[in-house]
Design a protein around this ligand. Structure first.
Ligand code: 5GP
Ligand code: ZN
Length: 114
């Protein structure tokens, strides 16, 4: 059994509040939301960090972004706008090492991030 939390969510071994599923990606609500709307979009296939992605993942990463936009529409934050973030490794603030796109909405976000 894998010890990757997000692989276990994909396998249905850990419950998650699903937003959408496609052949290659899954979007679900973050367990500890930092905004009124906070979704995570992940590939079904394990890729640890963005730094591990290769040219072969080009199509998958495009699907991840488009699923993020669709999740934002489904959550009702597309009209006002939203923030997408992918943290990479320690200095990027990544805590789960299975790539995921954060989709944050429902409040304004400042720039630069902390
Ligand atoms: P990171 O810090 O790696 O960019 O983001 C990881 C995110 O995963 C965090 O926002 C955290 O709240 C979320 N998370 C961690 N474990 C779980 C879980 O078991 N279920 C869900 N839905 N989210 C989780
Ligand atoms: Zn994984």
């Amino acid at each position: 059994m894998t010890d990757c939390i997000f692989c276990r969510i994909v396998a249905g071994e850990i419950p998650a509040k699903l937003i959408l599923e496609t052949e290659n990606v899954v979007a679900f609500h973050d367990l500890n939301p930092v905004a009124p709307q906070h979704a995570l979009v992940i590939p079904r296939r394990h890729i640890a960090t963005l730094d591990d992605a290769t040219d072969e993942d080009r199509e998958l990463l495009g699907q991840l972004m488009l699923a993020g936009a669709e999740a934002a529409r489904l959550l009702g934050c597309a009209e006002n706008g939203y923030r997408t973030v992918m943290n990479c490794k320690e200095s990027g603030g990544q805590s789960v090492y299975h790539i995921h796109l954060h989709v944050l909405g429902g409040r304004p976000f400042s720039w630069p991030p902390g």
